[in-house]
Structures are given as structure tokens and as C-alpha cells.
Design a protein. Structure first.
Length: 127
């Protein structure tokens, strides 16, 4: 079963490093990338990824605003906030938060856990 992750970060380098790491350390096998919240919304509407990894601080549309809109248009798609900022998931309406300071190991663990939960969840009509 193909698992697609949408990586949303304004840094090309961060997106590339995340993609390369997650290919080796998770069950995800397809990746899409967006450089800001607006692009993430458009991509989510058209492709419905299995998981969204979202940065908080981005120009144009912050991760706070993007998360709220992404949950509205795709409530069944988990959002993992990967950020330098100290915040809790319930503060921003996402499924999990991993600090960039913690590194990529905890990120891979959360990705694996969220994809497993999504795999067990009932699929909503129209998906």
C-alpha cells in the first residue's frame, strides 16, 4: 500500500533532508513538497496525502493558519508539526508535535505511529 507524506517547510534543505531520512526510516514511499501553507492546502485538496508534516514559521501563511484549514478540508489526514517553537498539539489543532531540536529519530517514530493509526482508522466515504 502506497503511503504519501506531504512535507511543508519554507526551507528547500529541510524538505530534502526530511524526505531522504524518512525514505530510509519509515514505511512512506511517496513524498510531495510544499514551501508554504497556501501551497499545502492546494496540494492536499488535489492529492489527499496520508500524512502532513508541517512547519510552524513560514512566510505568507503560518503553520497555525494552515493547520486549521488543512484540518477543515481533510479532517482524516494527520498533521505532525515539526517546529523549533515550544508548543503543544492541542494548541494548534494538530495530531502531534516534534521539536526540530529533538532531531529526526523522534520525527520518524511519530510518522510511523501516525501512519499506523491512519492505516487502522476507518476510511471515510469519498476517500
Amino acid at each position: 500500500m502506497s503511503r504519501t507524506i506531504l512535507i511543508v517547510d519554507d526551507s528547500d534543505i529541510v524538505r530534502r533532508v526530511l524526505r531522504e531520512f524518512l525514505v530510509r526510516h519509515t514505511a512512506a514511499d511517496a513524498f510531495e513538497e510544499a514551501c508554504d501553507g497556501r501551497q499545502a492546502i492546494v496540494m492536499t485538496q488535489s492529492s489527499k496525502p496520508d500524512l502532513i508534516i508541517l512547519d510552524l514559521s513560514m512566510p505568507g501563511m503560518s503553520g497555525f493558519k494552515a493547520a486549521a484549514e488543512l484540518k477543515r478540508i481533510a479532517p482524516d489526514v494527520p498533521i505532525l508539526l515539526f517546529t523549533m517553537h515550544d508548543t503543544r498539539a492541542e494548541e494548534v489543532g494538530v495530531d502531534a508535535v516534534v521539536s526540530k531540536v529533538e532531531g529526526l529519530g523522534p520525527l520518524a517514530e511519530q510518522v510511523t505511529e501516525l501512519l499506523a493509526k491512519r492505516n487502522r482508522a476507518p476510511i471515510a466515504a469519498g476517500n
